[in-house]
Design a protein around this ligand. Structure first.
Ligand code: ZN
Length: 118
């Protein structure tokens, strides 16, 4: 299947060919067309959808369960987070997917999913 980004896009206001560009936002690669004249931007629909899904997920608060296993604590991570991570990893294989668990302050544990762009 041909991707929309392989096509040439014309600016509907200026009727001239737009430039293909890539922006990095929060580790996400967002492809977009930009009109060299009026600077109007049109984002790749798939990239934008993924980015918005991520933003929505980030804004939500999840209750995680903490259990004591031997001398360690075990954290239960909601499935939606893992599924999103897996989907993202499949789509962007060149990106590293790192998970970091840290103790920010007493009584508060935070988990960070990090995406590194090479
Ligand atoms: Zn234009």
């Amino acid at each position: 299947m041909k991707d929309i980004f392989q096509a040439n896009m014309l600016c509907d206001k200026c009727d001239i060919k737009t430039d293909k560009k890539v922006a990095i936002k929060d580790g996400f690669k967002l492809r977009f067309f930009e009109c060299p004249k009026c600077k109007e931007k049109m984002y790749h629909p798939l990239d934008l959808k993924e980015y918005q899904e991520f933003k929505t997920l980030r804004q939500r608060h999840f209750d995680v369960k903490l259990r004591m296993v031997g001398n360690s604590f075990s954290v239960t991570i909601p499935r939606e987070i893992i599924e999103f991570e897996e989907k993202f990893a499949q789509m962007e294989k060149e990106m590293n997917n790192m998970m970091r668990l840290s103790l920010d302050e007493p009584g508060k544990v935070s988990i960070r999913f990090r995406k590194l762009v090479r």
